[in-house]
Ligand binder design. Structure first.
Ligand code: BDP
Length: 718
């Protein structure tokens, strides 16, 4: 009897020790993936030997922040920062800079040119008989990116002794889009208020701006659009330009440029004109003068993002002009300053009765070749609106003469807000890997985005930010991973989302394999899980009206049909789904034939492309109705499984963050069940079929779910 008791008490002591150790370093998530916690002793010794001295070229503010980051990172990881020197005095020096700023680096004659302006090399070299590591950028910003890369290697416990790394971004514009209003309300934001404190700017610059810049620079994000695409013209008035300039000053050393969303009617709203017609000379003069004014204050201003003739926003079509006319006018105004115009393709008209998802393709393909060369058209990943699953947008690959940039949503408007654990790396990767077939097999969306398919030099990827004033930045700890994954994929759209998840998990929580593997598995599975409990088998747009919170497949009526759920699922006693084949809206014909065939044949997209009878047999051998129920239940069960996995991770995570994630997961499980119950209760009124054996009926009658109201749900448009 003695032995088990002893063992039990030993285990209890161990558990207590672990708990105390983790509780002692309670964290709140503010440090993101840049926590720089101490490396275990054995590993630290090896790292110290390979980072024994810091030789950072003097020069720009950017090299200064690179040095500061290395000091901060190495102090945290290794317990103390290595001494500074102007030239290596011992083995293991870290030499940082550019050929222009450092004669030492110039002397190494590194093959940097091929890497382009933001690229860098990290190499183990010999300098005057001493071992050293050189982190060399073609530009200062490249060197900064190299410094972050070097630190990441330590944070993820990679060897740093024999390095030969050459990195260059595959995409030119790597941007966050803030849907932040001037009153600090963030449209579709679930992480508190806007971090841009417009009222106190330009005099007061929140310390957060620096940490925001560090986080973005660590990923290679090099631009940020400060204000909502549903823009107010006030952003373009002198006081607000001065405020944006103050932000630009903070972000500049980190290689981040500021951009603004421009309201198309600004010439009327703030310019005293009667029209915003893009072909009117006075309107053109307004924009030229406005661009000149902005560039006088923000010399490296990036350019404009525009949402025009979409969801009530003004645009060139108000004057009978095309999107190209509008974009080109703005492009002409910023061209002398090297600026760009990102013109959004998220348009669907108020009048057209046509299948909403077909409209952007219809509007933009005829304009291919009509845009100025500093215009890039910004296209959402799918043709509808950031749903849990959509096929890729048919515009990708369909405009060989017009560069397109990707718009992903990092904030989770349609994916359970900040509460649900959904790793979008998997979603982003699915879109980027999709084959457009526009130049034969392998014409992936990633190749459209990186410009290689049609040879475009202007390339970009935008992510609708999930950043706010919450202490943990993103509203939940795991939502930081979506910011991270976006940044890593914007640098290289071919990267694997699983590797990104592992890297993030190591840096954010723990590098212990018993943590990293199950957590990365959980993250990768989480995307299919949300599809299962919200919109299985190609269902889409069946969430709550306006705020988009929770299930509401019954939404009908209102100002326009294509804002309702019933428009998209079309359930009736005969079946369910939107026929987008030749017998229906034929949206499938907007893809290259091979791509269209593959998408329409994929069961994941069944009800996106087809209308199917309730008793249609699906690949599992079950009827469609039974399969829907099975998938809804599977989704709920998968969240329960995520909770169990996370419970087991307690030894590896500080108590506070562990408890916060656990609390979110509990909400997610409850809400997954709510989605399941509400959708089954509603669709059963059409299918009129019993639930398959072993599947429980919804907890409440349908009317109970329909009566739920959420007038204060966060993040609404207003
Ligand atoms: C939808 C959002 C809305 C945005 C719009 C857009 O519900 O708040 O303004 O997209 O992208 O997803 O312009």
């Amino acid at each position: 009897m003695m032995k088990p008791t002893l063992m039990a008490s030993a285990a209890a002591v161990l558990a207590l020790a672990t708990a105390l150790a983790t509780a002692a370093r309670a964290e709140d998530g503010y440090g993101l993936w840049l926590r720089y916690r101490p490396v275990e002793a054995a590993q630290a010794a090896a790292y110290r030997a390979a980072a024994s001295e810091l030789v950072v070229a003097d020069g720009s503010p950017t090299l200064t922040v690179a040095r500061d980051e290395l000091v901060r990172g190495l102090s945290g990881l290794l317990g103390a920062a290595p001494p500074m020197a102007s030239a290596p005095t011992r083995d293991g020096a870290l030499i940082v800079g550019t050929p222009a700023s450092s004669p030492l680096i110039a002397g190494l004659k590194l093959p940097l040119e091929a890497l382009g302006p933001d690229g860098y090399l990290i190499r183990s070299v010999q300098v005057e008989g001493r071992r050293a590591t050189v982190i060399a950028g073609t530009s200062d910003v490249g060197a900064l990116y190299g410094a972050f890369d070097f630190l990441r290697r330590m944070q993820t416990r990679q060897p740093i002794e024999r390095l030969d790394v050459a990195e260059a971004p595959k995409v030119k514009l790597r941007l966050l889009n803030h849907w932040d209003n001037l009153d600090r309300h963030v449209e579709r934001g679930y992480a508190g208020q806007s971090i841009w404190d417009w009222w106190r700017l330009p005099d007061i610059k929140d310390a957060r701006y620096v940490d925001y810049a560090r986080a973005n620079a660590s990923l290679g994000i090099n631009g940020t659009v400060l204000n909502n695409v549903n823009a107010k013209a006030d952003s373009l008035t002198a006081p607000y330009i001065a405020k944006a300039a103050a932000v630009a000053d903070v972000l500049r050393p980190y290689g981040i440029r500021v951009y603004l969303s421009a309201r198309f009617s600004a010439p009327i709203d703030i310019g005293g004109l009667k029209t915003a017609d893009p072909l009117d000379p006075a309107v053109r003069a307004f924009w030229t003068a406005k661009a000149d004014e902005i560039y006088r204050t923000i010399p490296d201003f990036g350019g404009f993002l525009v949402k025009a003739n979409s969801e009530g926003q003004p645009g060139p079509q108000d004057y009978g002009r095309s999107h190209a006319d509008g974009a080109n006018m703005l492009a002409e105004a910023v061209a002398p300053h090297g600026g760009v115009v990102m013109w959004r393709a998220f348009v669907y008209s108020n009048e057209q009765p046509e299948d909403r998802i077909k409209q952007a393709y219809g509007e933009f393909t005829p304009l291919d070749g009509k845009f100025r060369d500093n215009v890039i058209v910004q296209v959402k990943n799918g043709p509808l609106d950031f749903q849990p699953r959509e096929p890729f947008h048919p515009l990708f690959g369909a405009t060989p003469k017009t560069p397109l940039m990707m718009e992903f949503q990092i904030t989770k408007e349609y994916l359970g807000f900040a509460t649900h654990l959904v790793y979008q790396g998997a979603l982003y990767e699915e879109t980027l890997k999709a084959d457009t077939w526009r130049k034969g097999r392998g014409s992936t969306v990633a190749k459209v985005v990186d410009g290689s398919l049609f040879g475009h030099g202007l390339t970009g990827m935008a992510g609708v930010a999930n950043v706010g004033t919450d202490r943990n930045w993103s509203g939940s700890h795991f939502d930081q991973a979506n910011w991270y994954a976006f940044g890593r994929l914007a640098w290289d759209p071919q990267r694997a989302s699983r590797a990104i998840a592992q890297e993030w998990a190591k840096m954010t929580f723990s590098d212990h394999p018993a943590f990293v593997t199950p957590v990365a598995d959980m993250m990768m599975a989480s995307r299919e899980t949300v599809v299962d409990y919200m919109t299985p088998l190609g269902l889409h747009h069946i969430m709550g009206e306006g705020h988009h919170y929770g299930p509401a497949p019954w939404v009908s009526g209102g100002p326009r049909a294509d804002w309702t759920s019933v428009y998209f699922h079309r359930a009736s006693p005969e079946g369910i789904g939107f026929d987008r084949t030749a017998s229906g809206s034929n949206a499938v014909a907007q893809y290259a034939p091979e791509a269209g065939r593959a998408l329409a044949a994929d069961e994941k997209n069944l009800l996106w492309f087809h209308r199917a009878a309730w008793d249609r047999k699906v690949s599992s051998g079950r009827t469609l109705w039974d399969e829907l129920v099975v998938r809804y239940d599977r989704g709920v069960a998968e969240v329960a499984e995520m909770r169990r996995t996370w419970e087991g991770m307690a030894p590896y995570v500080d108590a506070r963050r562990h408890a916060e994630v656990a609390a979110d997961l509990a909400v997610q499980e409850r809400e997954a069940k709510w989605w399941r119950d509400a959708c089954i209760a509603y669709f059963q009124t059409f299918s009129k079929r019993p639930l398959p054996a072993g599947h429980a009926p919804p907890e409440h009658p349908l009317s109970w779910y329909q009566a739920l109201k959420f007038p204060y749900a966060p993040g609404t448009g207003k």
